[in-house]
Ligand binder design. Structure first.
Ligand SMILES: Nc1ncnc2c1ncn2[C@@H]1O[C@H](COP(=O)(O)OP(=O)(O)OP(=O)(O)O)[C@@H](O)[C@H]1O
Length: 584
């Protein structure tokens, strides 16, 4: 799987640098062999007259191998760095592309969320690290085979010793890394909490409250306790890691010592000539060095398996909501109606139904308001209409077509929604608006109309660079906006989108009352056959709607226009009177 990713990033680069790596891996054995020959020639010079020209070819050969090895090595290093970045970028692109599409329900599952945040955290380096070590493997094998061949030409025992030293350290050291990784894997929920608390100190949403409630010491204390607990666990693991490393060093160092003993005895006895001694020492060192690299490759692969598992299982995550193979189109033009027909739904892991046996018929061209107490199920209706979740019972139909039979992305393209917790894009004002539908050419006229419909023209005039002004404080030169100003931009974004259904979930919570009633009046006027769904707790706003549905415990308990509901004298009338009394 991992290799498929490496291949997809750039097959030609992968092949080129693998072949070059294998070519370069031949250089060290040649170099060791030529050095041995050189030592023999020099030793022989004491017995037989030797001219410099006799050894010159050897020197030139050694020179050439070093030059080739170093320069090709530098080129490989450059190319591999680029290639590895490609792999990292490709891995990240795939992850983000998947994250943008998976069903919202997955985000309610903390196991998936853990997996995603781990994969997201590591995707910027683990695929690269893995590719880097695996790329060197073929070259390492070439070097080992040739070096082992050189050693075997002297004595098989040397090959056995060299391999033994490296395999023992492989076995010992891989234990440390797997333990380390298990630890990092396990700590995720605590580490997430620690980071979450740390973030509170720097996020604009919470910094004010930390001061106002004097929460600094309390939160720091909590952060400190988690950090200390994690530090202690880490200390234990690092300590045992250090002990294991020491043990591995002693074992492999001793085996290396034995090889030197063997070579020394043979050298003194004259059964190995001086060049042979050089060859043994050079080859032995190279074999254990290269086997060390192979060891770390295996360790790296082992280390990254959990990441790869997280990453690929995330990419392979199945949709929760079945997408029809042959989706039915939404009738074009104005939507004739939206019907919630006996709908029931419970959140996965939630306590009890959020919506139960709910019936609601929304007519073409009307502005309908949903009111009800906190947690009554109003926002859930919006999420069901957007098909973030599938209903458990009943159906939702738009223009007579069950939304389960539609392509969810096409369904969403017909809806413009302003969530309660709408997004604030710290980009330019223009982009904030254009993100309403960024897939067509930018039309200045449309932007101007969106600003007018959301009554935000003054906001653009106020900013120094007009539409091009950056908003937010994340980037240099950005202007921070007030809550109401951000909300205006979000509203302009909805107006820019050419949607047939407008949904505003508490659109006016940060707006001043004058702006609120103006926006509502304008919204109603601009509907022009569209369906508008507004969720609000402000009855002064709600009364403008054509009809009002009171939602209570996941059901529609009252339905009608303001006057009708007041006359009925039920919960709506009660709540309206309560709010109205506050203004008298
Ligand atoms: N992701 C979720 N997982 C589990 N339960 C949820 C989830 N989202 C909402 N709920 C629960 O579903 C019920 C309905 O919530 P919903 O957000 O629809 O209420 P609401 O009427 O929009 O409330 P408010 O006026 O506070 O915005 C609540 O009991 C809420 O706790």
């Amino acid at each position: 799987m991992g290799m498929a990713l490496a291949w997809a990033a750039s097959p030609s680069l992968l092949i080129r640098y693998t072949l070059l790596g294998m070519f370069n891996a031949v250089m060290p054995p040649i170099s060791v062999y030529l050095s041995a020959q050189l030592v023999n020639k020099i030793a022989n010079a004491r017995i037989h007259a030797t001219h410099f020209q006799d050894i010159l070819p050897l020197i030139l050969g050694l020179w050439a191998t070093i030059i080739i090895q170093r320069s090709v090595g530098a080129y490989i290093g450059y190319g591999r760095n680029l290639y590895i970045r490609r792999v990292e970028l490709e891995a990240e692109r795939r992850l983000l592309a998947k994250a943008a599409k998976i069903d919202m329900g997955h985000f309610d599952n903390s196991d998936w969320y853990d997996r995603l945040s781990r994969a997201r955290r590591d995707v910027s380096w683990r695929p690269g690290d893995l590719t880097w070590s695996v790329l060197g493997l073929s070259g390492n094998i070439v070097t080992i085979v040739l070096m082992a061949g050189l050693l075997a030409s002297l004595h098989w025992l040397l090959v056995v010793l060299a391999l033994a030293a490296s395999f023992i350290s492989l076995a010992i050291e891989s234990r440390i890394t797997s333990r380390l990784y298990k630890y990092f894997y396990k700590e995720t929920p605590e580490e997430r909490e620690r980071q979450y608390i740390g973030d509170m100190f720097v996020q604009s949403r919470s910094i004010k409250e930390i001061r106002a409630f004097v929460l600094g010491d309390y939160l720091l204390g909590r952060h400190h306790n988690i950090s200390e607990g994690l530090f202690k666990q880490r200390e234990t693991i690092y300590r045992s890691g250090a002990r294991i490393s020491m043990l591995s060093g002693i074992v492999s160092g001793t085996i290396l010592g034995l090889a030197y003993v063997f070579v020394a005895i043979r050298g003194i006895a004259g059964t190995i000539d001086p060049g042979g001694v050089v060859l043994v020492i050079g080859a032995f060192t190279a074999v254990s060095g290269t086997l060390g690299q192979i060891t770390s490759t295996f360790v790296a692969v082992d280390q990254h398996t959990t990441f790869l598992d997280d990453y690929f299982s995330f990419l392979a995550i199945d949709p929760l909501l079945p997408v029809p193979a042959d989706p039915r189109p939404i009738p074009s033009g104005t939507i004739s109606d939206i019907v919630f027909d006996n709908v029931s739904f419970s959140y996965p892991g939630g306590n009890g139904p959020a919506v139960e046996n709910l019936d609601l018929h929304i007519r073409s061209g009307e502005l309908i308001a949903l009111v009800g107490e906190n947690g009554a199920g109003k926002s859930t209706l919006v999420k069901l209409l957007l098909r973030f979740y599938d209903v458990e019972k009943g159906t939702i139909r738009i223009g007579g077509v069950d939304i389960k039979d539609m392509d969810p992305e096409i369904l969403r393209s017909r809806i413009g929604v302003l969530f309660q917790d709408y997004a604030t894009y710290e980009l330019s004002v223009k982009e904030n608006i254009v993100m309403g539908w960024p897939y067509r050419d930018i039309e200045e006229e449309r932007i101007a109309k969106a600003l007018k419909d959301s009554r935000s023209e003054w906001l653009v005039k106020k900013l120094p660079n007009g539409l091009e002004s950056k908003v937010g404080r994340l980037f240099e030169g950005g202007h921070d906006l007030s809550g109401g100003e951000w909300q205006r931009l979000a509203l302009a974004r909805i107006m820019y989108r050419d949607a047939d259904i407008w949904i505003l979930d508490e659109p006016t919570s940060s707006l001043d009352p004058e702006a609120e009633s103006a926006i509502f009046a304008e919204l109603k006027e601009n509907l022009k056959g569209r369906i508008g769904i507004v969720i609000s707790h402000r009855f002064s706003t709600v009364r403008i709607a054509d009809r009002i549905a009171v939602i209570s415990d996941g059901r529609v308990t009252e339905l009608g226009n303001h006057e009708e509901l007041l006359k009925a004298g039920n919960r709506y009338a009660e709540l309206f009177e309560l709010q109205a009394a506050g203004y008298r």
